[in-house]
Design a protein around this ligand. Sequence first.
Ligand SMILES: Nc1nc2c(c(=O)[nH]1)N[C@H]1C(S)=C(S)[C@@H](COP(=O)(O)O)O[C@H]1N2
Ligand SMILES: [Mo]
Length: 246
Amino acid sequence: MKRKLFVASAISAALTGCGPISSALNSSGAVRRTLASAEGLDHLVIGTRGLAREYREHDVDRHFRVNGFATPSDARYMDLVAGNFVAYRLVVDGAVDQRRAFSLAQLHAMPQTTQITRHDCVEGWSAIGKWSGVRLGELLDAVGPRDGARYVVFHCMDNDGYGHLYYESLDLHQARHPQALLALRLNDAALDPDHGAPVRLRVPTQLGYKSAKWIARIELVGSFANIGAGNGGYWEDDGYEWYAGI
Ligand SMILES: Nc1nc2c(c(=O)[nH]1)N[C@H]1C(S)=C(S)[C@@H](COP(=O)(O)O)O[C@H]1N2
Ligand SMILES: [Mo]
């Protein structure tokens, strides 16, 4: 996995124009066009545009491992759990035509998709789960990204115990990947608190830390420079790669 990440950065470094080879070639229009689309090409080579493998029912790990920060235990979250998340609203705002606050019922009323995919944690373990919910692209269509929107930021309800909230981000291209899912269900049951209830992200084409649990708010932005420490995610702020394609 480390090697893949290294290869990914090596390719993007090669394509974003460092070094003498690229400067020698820079005068060519074709190369300039290639450089301009380096981000897209990088996805193509590494696989964000490809589909993650989908498995069969009997491959599903019925006891899906729990990992990451502790399940929120503050009064707000406990009240939501006690009330079966009826009071929950998924706020989607920022650079959108129409700010929305979706109830769980509204999310369930949108077209649902199911995927049986493998979750790969950077720590070296994997688990196969059956996830159902709303394609992130569907939600984006409902709010209408405005010109200038580039990233989709997921603000979560948990924190590291030192006051830093968990958050993650995808670019709009990754967010429209057909397997980028706002999961409401895991293994034929409503998502449970430990796995990120009521709404979590599932991005099977990227490492596990991208799949944000306990999402409270989705914010569209032109840049994530002013969010957290500015690197696009909690673990990214600690040195992890923002691009976590596998
Ligand atoms: N909000 C939030 N999302 C998170 C995390 C976290 O600590 N907080 N951990 C991430 C990591 S590193 C992994 S491997 C998965 C674990 O998901 P699981 O508990 O359903 O296995 O959630 C990801 N999403
Ligand atoms: Mo992870």
